[in-house]
Design a protein. Sequence first.
Length: 314
Amino acid sequence: MSHQQPDDQDPYQEVLVSPMYLAGSNGTGEAGFAPVAHWPHHYLDEGPCQLLVTSPDQKIRIGWFGDDFELWKIAAAEEAVCAPRWTATFNHVTPAEIVAGLTTALAHDYAEADAYEGNERFLASPSYRWADAVQPLTDAGWTRNGGAELGTAEIIAPDGQAGVLIDNRRSRPDAEAVTLWAGPPGWGTRAEAIFSARTPSHLIAATATAMADPAPAVRERHQIHREVEHLVSLTSIGPTAPQAPRAPTPLDVRRTAVTQAVHRAARFPRTAADLRVMAARSRTAAPAQNQSSTPAPTLGARPPAAPTPPRHSR
């Protein structure tokens, strides 16, 4: 376990954080959105939802609320305009790597439904056995807490810093049935993922699998909450101070030119016949170019603007 870092350490140095479920948010939703990067993205300037990613038929919706305590709201419905069949919310402390467990499963389910019509597993009824949803945690050595309230079950991680609460007393389809949590109690320290009663068990299990993943998360030092520092292991993976930029070598210049040429070719693909004609013209024009002191203009297109990333959570 690590302890409070000395004042002379670079707060922006990247570190590996273990266990991952205590890493907190890195301020972006990139990891959570990565599995559905090919789905339609809707950037919203008005209202609390800043980015909405939907399946092509809009039955699955993944919302990023960059300024809210409930940072992620994910839902699925029988039709695009129907009320959700189930919902899942992740608060602002939850690592996006855990959200990715759910979005990866949703992307897989949707692709499967697209290939085999009618097999929409993301709308399946949950298992009648509550243990199925948390099987990955018990397989990872998490154990049941015997002191849970009547009608509930709680599974706790070996370090006591994470768990899952299953509430079997629910009376409404939209009631909160399963809560995954990690970290000490507190607004800035406890991660929570809450699933409504009709959430398919395999989707909760996919999220639990991500939560139990022993792989560390990458964070900058300042992103680790001070009240969590002593509970995690930190391993430096980068320089502790910014390095002065060096002048490009001739090899760097050549590599850059080749990379730019490849990008231009990718943006403007040509047939094999076109390429042969271009090569012939190049050979014919070479002597004339050697006699001229004026360089030939560079062909190519201006690269497209990078897409606007989701705004950071405060």
